[in-house]
Design a protein around this ligand. Structure first.
Ligand SMILES: [Zn+2]
Length: 150
């Protein structure tokens, strides 16, 4: 499967999950609990229900961000810029793109960025089993010693 098909799959999957989550969140609080009125409800129950909703809303926000990145990646693909690092203009490693479909940075630039953002949230959510970029960098450094100055 080529990377564009993978991107389209990911886009579709995200859109479905987001639509489902939005449906869930649309249900008013009073209908999602068995209580007819909020006044009769134990305050702690209402609080934990609210907490669950806020957690869901936070997750939804992250998924929408992920979808936006995927759409951006598709747009870059169509412009022929998908394989080009947004930061330094060099080619992004194909293996890296396969693993992180909507990445915009090559390994070197991602590693620099990670000094500011310890781990991008996108990698935790969509690729729970993925290697860290740091590990991959070590692997690359092993057979590309000329460019490695650290
Ligand atoms: Zn770069």
């Amino acid at each position: 499967m080529d990377l564009k098909s993978k991107l389209l799959d990911k886009k579709q999957e995200l859109e479905e999950v987001i639509a489902q989550k939005k449906d869930d969140l649309m249900i008013p609080v009073t209908e999602s609990t068995d209580e007819l009125s909020m006044y009769d409800q134990h305050p702690a129950d209402a609080a934990s229900d609210l907490y669950e909703r806020e957690k869901d809303a936070g997750l939804l926000e992250l998924m929408e961000l992920e979808l936006q990145k995927t759409n951006d990646a598709l747009a870059r693909y169509d412009r022929g810029q998908y394989y080009i690092c947004k930061s330094c203009g060099k080619a992004i490693e194909p293996k890296r793109l396969e693993r992180l479909l909507n990445t915009t940075l090559c390994i070197e630039c991602a590693r620099k960025a990670q000094d500011d953002f310890i781990r991008p949230a996108e990698e935790d959510i969509t690729f729970p089993g993925a290697m860290s970029d740091r590990g991959e960098t070590l692997e690359i450094a092993g057979y590309d010693l000329y460019d490695s100055d650290n």
